[in-house]
Design a protein around this ligand. Structure first.
Ligand code: GDD
Ligand code: MG
Length: 431
């Protein structure tokens, strides 16, 4: 792959937000290809580099009631060397849709000659493992893992961390184009190839999203929720930087990947707010706006790449109400953050009111989102032992010592949990 270097970078404490990067060649050859003078504005990633990175990568596919043909299509696109973890929350009753999915995917896995994890979000064994790890917050009243895309992703992050791999990426299961899935994983890998820090994140900015408008195809640039999320995230950065910025283009990016060192340390929020909350969690925890919480991360940089894909992104249309809920949740995590200035909160209320999503612009937003501490705060050893008798245990028997060390160094600061008091705006504190 040949990819341009980022034109702009915004620095925020240790966090480096890179501007979007365009891809100039999807495939640019082998490592020892005699390259013509390599332009200083381009990075070339060889075929071999992709393989090396992908051997260390977990790809998570969250599923809930998607058409089997679509899920299968996603699998055709994922490069062979990645370890795939599917977390499904499809109904098991009256028809056991999960069994149908599992059966279809295991058949594909046979043809692909690889093993993968296909698990149900409500599997009691997984709930027990979370309980053993002291991570009960993710369980519902029935004692199983709560529903929601974020909850599925958090569970998958636990499994990815204990697999011992270095990177984790997420790909939605409702994608119509296997070619775009393949491209996203290549771009995650390209980001990790370019990263200098062990803390890095790659987010995909779609080149276009095809829609039918007036009987012909129209290639829209951004999704409906993203426009608003990006605007407010940029306002937040501008507030602290003191200069206007439009650097964030991927506020809602469902297609994203992280180095495991970063994935284990970021807090989460529920449902569809999880992706915008990555930005907020980074600013809250490592932005240095108030008290620095984890000095060892503060000393290193955190690199955030935004890569513009070439394939169009076509997924299932899930309706206006869904987009509305997603947009409200995205803005709620910003609104409730202790780093959000009062002026920005007022603008958020006005924006939601103007779009008809709120009845008035004076009443504070209702608290609907739940927050979850970073995976490293759980007892990962107990989580791993609780799954030691499962048939897939050999895929998740990585060494977790380093994450246990992270936890201990944070606890050494007498900070027991990562939960930030949200009722206490303007000051970061640990419960
Ligand atoms: N495991 C699990 N559990 N998966 C779920 C759940 C759940 O409760 N709910 C939804 N999913 C899966 C879906 O099957 C799909 O593969 C993926 O999560 C995304 O859900 P969609 O319902 O298709 O979301 P979307 O397309 O509207 O939004 C996507 O793109 C946004 C950016 O535009 C999501 O990835 C958003 O998180 C993202 O912000
Ligand atoms: Mg979708």
């Amino acid at each position: 792959m040949r990819i341009e270097i980022p034109r702009e970078v915004e620095r925020f404490g240790p966090i480096m937000f890179y501007d979007t990067q365009k891809v100039y060649e999807l495939d640019s050859g082998l490592r020892n290809t005699k390259d013509e003078k390599l332009e200083s504005t381009m990075t070339r990633i060889s075929y071999e580099s992709f393989q090396e990175i992908q051997k260390q990568m977990v790809i998570v596919v969250p599923v809930k009631e998607e058409r089997i043909k679509l899920i299968e299509g996603v699998f055709y696109g994922i490069p062979h060397n990645c370890l795939i973890i599917v977390i499904s929350n499809s109904p098991r009753d009256p028809i056991d849709r999960f069994s149908i999915e599992k059966n279809a995917l295991e058949r594909l896995a046979t043809f692909m000659n690889k093993r993968m994890l296909v698990l149900h979000q409500k599997d009691p064994v997984l709930a027990e493992a979370c309980k053993a790890a002291g991570y009960e917050k993710i369980l519902d009243k029935k004692g199983v893992i709560k529903s929601g895309k974020a909850e599925g992703m958090i569970l998958a992050t636990f499994l990815a961390v204990i697999s011992g791999k270095k990177y984790v990426g997420f790909i939605d299961s409702d994608n119509y184009f296997p070619g775009s899935v393949h491209e996203y994983v290549q771009e995650y890998s390209a980001g990790f190839h370019m990263a200098k820090s062990k803390y890095s994140m790659v987010r995909i900015s779609w080149h276009s999203k095809p829609k039918i408008m007036e009987n012909s195809l129209f290639f829209a640039k951004r999704g409906r929720a993203s426009e608003h999320t990006n605007r407010f995230l940029n306002s937040l950065l501008s507030h602290y930087i003191g200069f206007g910025t439009e650097i964030i283009k991927t506020g809602n990016a469902g297609e994203h990947a992280m180095s495991m060192d970063l994935a284990a340390q970021l807090d989460f929020s529920s449902g569809y707010s999880i992706e915008p909350y990555h930005f907020i969690s980074m600013l809250e925890r490592f932005g240095g706006i108030t008290k620095p919480i984890e000095p060892q991360v503060m000393k290193e940089s955190i690199e955030l790449f935004q890569i513009e894909s070439r394939n169009p992104h076509l997924h299932e249309v899930k309706g206006d109400e869904h987009v509305k809920d997603m947009s409200i949740a995205a803005l709620e995590v910003l609104y409730r953050s202790p780093v959000a200035p009062e002026g920005l909160k007022k603008e958020i209320l006005k924006d939601l009111f103007d779009r008809g999503f709120l009845e008035d612009k004076k009443t504070p937003m209702k608290d609907k989102v739940t927050y979850y501490p970073a995976v490293m705060f759980a007892d990962l050893r107990k989580f791993q032992s609780a799954l030691a008798n499962q048939p897939y245990a050999d895929l998740i028997h990585g060494d977790v010592t380093k994450y246990v060390d992270y936890k201990q160094s944070v606890e050494g600061l007498n900070l027991k949990q990562s939960d930030i008091k949200r009722s206490d705006p303007g000051r970061l504190a640990i419960k």
